[in-house]
Design a protein around this ligand. Structure first.
Ligand SMILES: Nc1ncnc2c1ncn2[C@@H]1O[C@H](COP(=O)(O)OP(=O)(O)O)[C@@H](O)[C@H]1O
Ligand SMILES: [Mg+2]
Length: 241
């Protein structure tokens, strides 16, 4: 699980350099002629793949298990190195962007949820200078109040054992708040609604649709989501066949 560690680096310790302006994405992410395989397997997961992701769009990426959805995300985040071709944010290759700047651009809800042994508050803030008011406001907009101010769980609740004391949906909501609170220019949702009940899913979809203009939203899933209604759907070819 190499990327698990790198994901942590991406979200942790964002506070280091407050003077650097928050970077945005002016126009697009361009994936050009991307070829990738894992060294131990050699089998090409992507062969000359071309995708453009435009600012303001919600793009859903669909593919069966093992088609490379998570791998594609890891490549966009420069957690893996492309073998051929390039991935550019507004004409700058992702491998020329330092981790710290990338951190500020990206909000990710990864497929594998990870939580720190800390309070709910600190799991959402992860070192950033964010006050409770802002967290509560976002939770209210998402209708995720149950996670921040209910009897059972609130900002003070201590999380144990990667969320062993929480339900799957509660854990996912914390990860969603963590990703959205930084107002990322690139929001990546990797099967990010898998544990949400229908009502929470709808609230979540509505929120990302209502706030989509200033960012690129990539919604990864193994099947179509009837209520999401993305601007575009990209199906990844099944390279295992
Ligand atoms: N670190 C890795 N090393 C080798 N093979 C991997 C690694 N991660 C994933 N794979 C393989 O790459 C393919 C794509 O995996 P993944 O991107 O996780 O698919 P998806 O997210 O679409 O289910 C699968 O066949 C998987 O077994
Ligand atoms: Mg995956």
């Amino acid at each position: 699980m190499v990327s698990f560690r790198r994901y942590l680096e991406l979200v942790k310790n964002v506070k280091k350099d407050l003077k650097t302006p928050k970077l945005g994405i002016e126009k697009e992410i361009k994936i050009e002629n991307l070829t990738f395989f894992y060294d131990e397997r050699k089998h090409k997961i992507f062969n000359e793949l071309n995708i453009e992701l435009k600012k303001g769009e919600i793009v859903q990426i669909i593919g069966d298990n093992g088609t490379g959805k998570t791998t594609l995300i890891d490549l966009i985040l420069n957690l893996l190195e492309v073998k051929k071709g390039s991935i550019k944010l507004d004409n700058v290759k992702v491998d020329d962007i330092d981790d710290f700047s990338l951190q500020k651009i990206v909000g990710i809800v990864p497929q594998n949820i990870y939580l720190f042994s800390e309070t709910v508050r600190n799991n959402i803030k992860v070192g950033r200078d964010i006050n409770d008011k802002k967290i509560l406001r976002l939770a209210k907009e998402l209708n995720f109040d149950d996670i921040v101010k209910s009897e059972g769980i609130n900002l003070e609740t201590f999380i144990f054992n990667n969320g062993g004391n929480l339900s799957g949906g509660q854990k996912q909501k914390i990860c969603i708040l963590r990703a959205l609170i930084g107002e990322p220019a690139l929001l990546i949702l990797d099967e990010a609604d898998a544990y949400l009940d229908v009502k929470s899913k709808l609230n979540f979809y509505n929120f990302i649709k209502n706030t989509k203009d200033d960012r690129i939203t990539v919604f990864v899933s193994h099947k179509e989501q009837p209520f999401l209604k993305p601007d575009r759907i990209i199906s990844l070819p099944n390279s295992n066949l």
